[in-house]
Design a protein around this ligand. Sequence first.
Ligand SMILES: Nc1ncnc2c1ncn2[C@@H]1O[C@H](COP(=O)(O)OP(=O)(O)OP(=O)(O)O)[C@@H](O)[C@H]1O
Ligand SMILES: [Mg+2]
Length: 332
Amino acid sequence: MGDALELNLLGSSPQFAHVRAQIRRIARFDVTVLIGGETGTGKELGARAVHYLSGRANRPFIPVNCGALAESLVESELFGHERGAFTDARQSAPGLISEAEGGTLFLDEVDTLSLKAQAALLRFLQDGTYRRVGGTQTRRTNVRLIAASNANLEQLVETRHFRRDLLYRLMVMPLVMPPLRERGRDVVELARVFLERLNQQYHGDTPRKCFHPDLLAGLERYTWPGNVRELEHFIQREYLLCDDEVLNAFLPCDRKLAQDAVVTQGGGFKQAKAKTIAEFERRFVQTMLDRAQGNISRAARMAGQDRSAFSKLVHKYHLANQAEREQDSTGP
Ligand SMILES: Nc1ncnc2c1ncn2[C@@H]1O[C@H](COP(=O)(O)OP(=O)(O)OP(=O)(O)O)[C@@H](O)[C@H]1O
Ligand SMILES: [Mg+2]
């Protein structure tokens, strides 16, 4: 089961292989883990891998989104409450920490906990004991804690929104999920797997789809602020919306092109626009040539341009060699 779960963590770049090795090692030791990383980098997936590769795999993995809990209820959700502890507490409840007994409690968005809840969590981390809200009995439980946050916790400590002592308690074993843009060829590897999943899911309803090389190149250029989640959604969207069997969307890579143009040209709008248009033209001509198998006349017709204007563009972007080479191999 452990290996199957680890296999969910796709990516064979050296950067990600390092993360996977860390996860395997961390899983063996029964310590608190703090997972950092931008949104969509796989923090929750990583937490699950740690749990299912650990000796606790047969016990529960309980995820808690701290940001989604009402502030007044956080403590009773986590630690449970006794009957009558507050107005709505008609019955006692054991709380999530108790539910996770023997297993792992995953505190997602841990930075959103109030200072009061942080204090209670710190007490629990220090000696493994807690009290239900409204209760007097000290309880003990055997739970491994994994916390995650995409906030800069050090900064929150500086602004006194997060307790320094809690941060140190959580950081026994830090694990950082790298952003997709720093994972080299992983973006292409993941894109292919996501597409293959869709091909299998919709097998029979729609013809198999594949990527145009231009799109793959674009995926590598783009910076993916939403990381793996953004990539997954992008592929899904293109798969479902594109009628063509060869996916060749211009976004999101061209959004990035526009940003790059601004950055590298020093921000001048005219220059940035010229660069973006030039890049668009190059890709457009390239795409038409590909579709016309290098035949300039046919490519020009497909582009709705006369041959001489299109031919100028072919030369402007140094695509003439390719056009000729492909024509040589495919005949007139
Ligand atoms: N290495 C990976 N291989 C395959 N899928 C991944 C990988 N990393 C993330 N995903 C997928 O991307 C999506 C986001 O992952 P996850 O929810 O773990 O991110 P997160 O870091 O917790 O994001 P957030 O900070 O927004 O909560 C999920 O659908 C997950 O399955
Ligand atoms: Mg998450």
